[in-house]
Ligand binder design. Structure first.
Ligand code: PGA
Length: 249
């Protein structure tokens, strides 16, 4: 399975939200291929959302997993528990986790290991800040985030990387599609050359993606899909992005 479009609902949602979202999504989704779509709701709603969307092929995943398997980690959820709920993937190292929960690349690497041990596909999120971007440090920052996250893993059969510039998340600003395309190519080159035993399935772009800018992104060779926050909260809008992706890829 290669996921190409993932909804990151962040700290949003409710039972009513799930019902309304599914109604709006399925009314507007015109493609037959829902196999490459994933939704990451707040974990407590995974079971309910699974029931609401039924057996349509859309995968449900987590926004985060614990770096430990079990024991003294009050409030956490392990990769094996997420797997137990029937999920196939988890976001790992989203910039909001790095910023608000102080997740280091070392912790992120341990989380990748947990995902790997439990056959969950990790969606590793990387991205530079506005300041780093201004100082032309984007490539250096991304390279070091990749190196530090992956270097302790001997093997990983599947990983997806989401390139999400921190300054583009929720801001309405995005880099030019050509710039994103070159950055994705660099990400693929770095992973393939330094970590040949790691199976990079796709590189997604995240940060202010919506139905207006989606086609300018999805036409480019190395932009395999998107991780969508704000625009994914509206079922109709997310269906429109999914329709564009299935037309173009
Ligand atoms: P955004 O968020 O689409 O609202 O910019 C993306 C993300 O944080 O994954």
């Amino acid at each position: 399975m290669s996921l190409r479009l993932i909804a990151n609902w962040k700290l949003n949602g409710s039972i009513e939200f799930n019902n309304q979202w599914a109604e709006d999504f399925f009314k507007n989704f015109s493609s037959k291929n829902s196999k490459s779509i994933g939704i990451a709701p707040v974990s407590i709603y995974i079971g309910h959302l699974k029931k609401v969307i039924g057996d349509c092929g859309i995968e449900i995943g987590a926004q985060n997993i614990c770096d430990k398997e079990f024991g003294e980690r009050t409030g956490e959820i392990s990769a094996s528990m997420i797997k137990d709920m029937g999920c196939k993937f988890s976001l790992i190292g989203h910039s909001e986790r790095r910023t608000f929960f102080h997740e280091s690349n070392k912790i992120i690497s341990q989380k990748l290991n947990q995902a790997n041990n439990n056959s969950l596909i990790p969606i590793l999120c990387i991205g530079e800040t506005a300041e780093e971007n201004k100082r032309n440090k984007t490539y250096d920052v991304l390279e070091s985030q990749i190196n530090e996250a992956l270097r302790d893993l001997n093997q990983l059969s599947s990983i997806i990387i989401a390139y999400e510039p921190v300054w583009a998340i929720g801001s309405g600003k995005i880099p030019s599609p050509e710039e994103i395309n070159s950055i994705h190519k660099m990400i693929k080159d770095v992973v393939q050359s330094r970590f040949p035993k790691i199976g990079l399935k796709s590189v997604l772009y995240g940060g202010s993606v919506n139905s207006d800018n989606a086609s300018s992104l999805f036409v480019l060779e190395h932009i395999d899909g998107a991780l969508v926050g704000g625009a994914s909260l509206n079922g109709k809008e997310f269906a429109q992005i999914a329709n564009i992706l299935s037309e173009l890829r």
